[in-house]
Design a protein around this ligand. Structure first.
Ligand SMILES: Nc1ncnc2c1ncn2[C@@H]1O[C@H](COP(=O)(O)OP(=O)(O)OP(=O)(O)O)[C@@H](O)[C@H]1O
Length: 925
């Protein structure tokens, strides 16, 4: 084959090229690889495993190019003609490798000790929270306040079906039906996690998943601190956050990245990367915050730590084990982002379940300044189910402690007065607070929810999640400067309305930022975001905002970014902004557009006030809920709950001073204020609850909204459902307008309930669909004598396919399934690994249904006991079942009484059963 001009030229100049260009071989190879002229395999051939000299490398490169043809040779000529002879990195490289091995070992050891010290400091306590700064004197390090936390170890990872707000389903992991999982040893504590990740020599990827604020970063800090303190530690930990990696926009080599990040390791880095590979544990925190795509299929393979790559390609090659082979990699992520890493690449999967009730109690003991204060907070939390449910998330425990700080600071005005009075009388105000109102209720008693539900509450105790957040914000704003010194509480609280009024502007801007972030699903903001809402970062550091908006300075680029201390705080501030704007007659959405001139905004607000303000307000509320409805991911759920809560005048009174024009003349107490949302809000919520277009998850959220709105009807309905659950009533319900979503709400708040028995409750497919968010959480589901029909079976099938499914006993006797219904159910059972006891007598599934069951039994290995009494199965159906059972050896009982079987067939079934020692077929003629 004739050679092209470029190939000929290279051939002619070969000697000259080898002589003049060999010293630049590394850079030339980088450029050619990035252009796609040479491949990963070519590179290893050219480098000859690192043992080949530069001249030989150059010769091989020329051979490879010649072999590739004219295009490759032309690309090479192009590279040569554009090559800048600045190869400082290569000349410097020789200096990085001291020749003497003994010296190298010493340098490496010293470097690693220094690295340990630096990393321990980096991952040390950050005294940014109000509570920690207030308690600097009594507690020296965060290490002391680390509360053990519960994890769950899984094989592979379940991709969560995201229909609900992540934070709102956390408590599900602690349901009693999970005890089985515990027995199987799937849950573990921090010690086991440390052992498995930092002591055992296993390479590959481990993934730690948890919702916002579940403590992933705290766990990483703790792991690093423990490792740094462990003199026998064999591992070398490198740790970075995805938030920092997201700021790298230029191609970067792994070596460059590590030496920028850990400049103290620079002298030993090449040695570290080559000789200690099996020992390195690389921690990458916060995968959900990584803003570059991770393309595991198409990213070119690269195993050269010196090659510059885009940061996305770098991460892909690290996770795939191409760069740093033999290294253990620990990734952390919120659940919605775990699927960014293909399941096959994940060796171990842990999810952070959060604090169990015992750990919650321990948290308050460790974080409140006295054991009495801890007892007060704990008795309050354990008697308010919706609040306790959220306390599985550590960040929420922190919010609760801050809100109820020492049990006195953030309670309502009249409580303060009670405190003042008791102080005057020489009694202890903390005792007042921890009195009878906070009596400890058994957390296992569902009645506790109602006893302390909104309607049953004394007027001045925080009862809802919104009220907790109001107290939290007030605490932060009022006590920010100077902390909460002894004896200063009352003065400061009495001055709170003025302080809040003065900070209203700042809170409004912060809320607008939070709201826009929420609409765009953004949780990290940069300086330009802040300035578009007139927030000046310098001003922010002077104000209370450091407690709610956290500043991150990337160690790699020194760029500033900001995020709210917890996503729920962002959601609360967004709702607060929404309500402030709505009450003042402005449109919260127009406040997000910087282009709207201030004059126009004021004009509009004035016009709105003249128009019927109530109608405008109604419009805004509808818009807020529509916003929540349209997002099936559920990420607006908490926002809607807070909006509902902020409609309650008593709740708003906590933030007296912010909502101008209200409570005038000033009320000395919240006692006279309504403790329920205005009727139009409750009416709107109720009409939404009955809307057939809403998904069951959103309907469930509406119940939470009603709880926040302190709707008294909800309490009544829940009381009714409690009676149903205790099986005191059956058949026709005593209550008109009962709603199955309300039952779902109640069930979510009763973690100790393992069995859901709703026999003969006239539960149809529509009602069952409303229960769907909680159906998978029970070990026994007894739904006999309800008109479920084929549509109901479809709903059950969805529950059976849920990754959270715990159902073991499924009892659907006499539920009108028919053959179509059973076909739907069988679809769900095909993928299910939990149901072993299926009772479905009197469902008329017939031979078509029996054929479906036979198909199912060929693959299902979980079902052990199937009861098919009275189902119109004839001989041909029975034949199909026997045929399937020759393949299935796990089924133990098959009940076939009262079907349409001939005498011969019954005999045959009995013979078949006799021939199988582990199978008992119950049948009679
Ligand atoms: N084990 C723990 N003991 C005591 N406090 C904890 C613990 N875990 C978390 N916290 C508290 O909760 C807060 C949030 O935790 P952390 O930042 O670790 O959560 P995260 O899961 O990393 O959240 P995100 O997904 O938002 O990054 C911490 O600042 C700390 O106050």
């Amino acid at each position: 084959m004739a050679l092209g001009p470029c190939s000929l030229d290279l051939q002619k100049r070969r000697v000259e090229l080898v002589r003049d260009w060999s010293k630049h071989i590394s850079s030339l190879l980088d450029l050619l690889f990035n252009m796609g002229t040479v491949t990963e395999e070519d590179l290893s051939l050219i480098r000859g495993g690192g043992h080949t000299g530069e001249l030989d490398c150059m010769r091989t490169l020329l051979d490879v190019l010649q072999g590739r043809g004219e295009e490759a040779c032309r690309a090479f000529q192009f590279v040569l003609s554009n090559f800048k002879t600045s190869t400082a990195s290569e000349t410097g490289k020789a200096k990085l490798f001291p020749q003497n091995t003994h010296n190298m070992q010493k340098v490496l050891k010293e470097g690693l000790q220094k690295h340990k010290d630096i990393l321990a400091k980096h991952h040390g306590p950050v005294l940014s929270s109000y509570l920690s700064s207030a308690r600097q004197t009594s507690r020296s390090a965060e290490v002391d306040t680390f509360t053990d936390i519960t994890f769950c170890r899984q094989v592979g990872y379940p991709v969560p079906l995201q229909y609900q707000h992540e934070a709102t389903v956390v408590g599900d992991s602690f349901r009693a039906s999970r005890d089985e999982a515990k027995r199987r040893g799937q849950t573990c504590a921090f010690r086991e996690l440390y052992q498995s990740l930092l002591c055992v020599s296993e390479d590959g990827v481990a993934l730690l998943s948890g919702v916002a604020g579940s403590g992933k970063t705290t766990v990483i800090k703790r792991l690093v601190q423990q490792w740094a303190a462990d003199v026998d530690a064999q591992k070398i930990v490198l740790s970075m956050s995805f938030r920092e990696l997201s700021l790298i926009t230029e191609p970067q080599s792994l070596q460059g990245l590590l030496s920028d990040h850990y400049s103290h390791l620079k002298p030993v880095l090449p040695e570290l990367l080559t000789s200690t590979q099996g020992q390195v544990v690389l921690i990458l925190d916060g995968l959900d915050e990584f803003c570059f795509p991770l393309d595991f299929e198409r990213t070119p393979k690269c195993s050269d730590p010196e090659r510059e790559l885009s940061v996305g390609a770098l991460v892909v090659n690290l996770i795939k084990g191409n760069l740093l082979p033999g290294t253990s990699i620990l990734l952390t992520s919120r659940p919605h982002a775990v699927a960014k890493v293909p399941q096959l690449l994940v060796r171990q999967f842990y999810s952070v379940l959060g604090f169990s009730p015992a750990q919650q109690k321990q948290y308050f003991e460790q974080n409140c300044s006295s054991s009495q204060a801890a007892a007060t907070v704990w008795s309050f939390v354990s008697s308010h189910k919706p609040i306790q449910l959220m306390c599985h998330i550590p960040a929420f425990c922190w919010i609760v402690s801050t809100a109820l700080h020492e049990g006195t600071s953030c309670l309502f005005f009249d409580t303060v007065q009670t405190g003042a009075a008791s102080q005057e009388n020489g009694s202890d105000s903390t005792k007042e607070v921890s009195g009878a109102e906070c009596s400890d209720q058994s957390s296992s008693d569902p009645n506790a929810l109602l006893a302390n539900g909104p309607a049953a509450q004394s007027v001045c105790r925080p009862t809802t999640v919104t009220e907790i957040y109001c107290c939290f914000l007030k605490s932060i704003v009022v006590f920010h400067v100077g902390g909460c010194m002894e004896g200063m509480h009352l003065n400061r609280l009495q001055d709170a309305p003025r302080v809040l009024r003065e900070n209203k502007g700042m809170l409004r801007c912060l809320g607008a930022l939070a709201f826009r972030g929420l609409l765009e699903r953004r949780f990290v903001f940069d300086l330009s975001d802040l300035s578009s809402f007139s927030l000046d970062s310098c001003e922010l550091t002077q104000a209370f905002t450091v407690e709610v908006l956290k500043e991150d300075k990337a160690s790699l680029t020194y760029e500033k970014s900001f995020h709210f201390i917890h996503t729920s705080v962002q959601e609360f501030l967004a709702a607060l902004y929404y309500m402030l704007e709505s009450f003042s007659g402005s449109d919260p959405f127009s406040g997000l557009k910087p282009a709207v001139p201030a004059l126009h905004k004021h004009l509009m607000s004035f016009v709105n006030k003249l128009r019927r303000p109530k109608r405008v307000l109604h419009k805004r509320v509808k818009k807020a809920f529509r916003c929540g409805e349209s997002h099936q991911s559920g990420h607006m759920d908490l926002f809607c709950r807070f909006v509902s809560g902020l409609f309650v005048p008593k709740t708003r009174f906590i933030l007296d001073g912010l909502f101008s024009g209200e409570h005038r003349p000033r009320l000395a107490s919240c006692m006279n204020l309504p403790s329920v949302s205005p009727p139009f809000v409750v009416k709107l919520l109720r009409s939404q609850l009955h809307s057939s277009s809403l998904s069951p998850e959103r309907q469930l959220n509406i119940c939470h909204c009603l709880y926040e709105a302190q709707d008294s009807e909800l309490s009544l309905h829940l009381q009714h459902w409690l009676t149903v659950l205790s099986q005191q009533t059956s058949g026709q319900c005593a209550l008109l307008n009962r709603d199955w979503s309300e039952l779902a709400f109640l069930l979510q708040l009763c973690p100790d309930l393992q069995q859901l028995k709703l026999d003969a409750q006239e539960l149809d497919a529509v009602g069952l669909r409303r229960l769907l968010p909680v159906l998978p959480l029970f070990s026994t589901l007894s739904l006999a004598q309800n008109p479920l029909g084929p549509e109901g079976a479809e709903v059950l099938s969805l529950a059976l396919r849920s990754p959270d499914c715990q159902i073991e006993h499924l009892w659907v006797v006499s539920t009108d399934l028919g053959c179509e219904g059973f076909r739907n159910l069988a679809e769900g059972l095909k993928d299910n690994r939990t149901v072993f006891d299926l009772r479905m007598a009197i469902n008329h599934i017939g031979d078509t249904g029996a054929a479906c069951l036979a198909e199912l039994l060929k693959t299902n290995r979980t079902l052990r006991d199937i009861r098919l009494r009275d189902n119109l199965v004839t001989d041909s159906g029975a034949e199909l079942l026997m045929e399937a059972l020759t393949e299935n050896t796990t089924l133990e009982y098959l009940w076939l009484f009262d079907n349409k079987l001939s005498k011969e067939c019954v005999q045959k079934l009995k013979e078949f059963s006799k021939s199988r020692s582990t199978l008992d077929i119950k049948v009679c003629f």
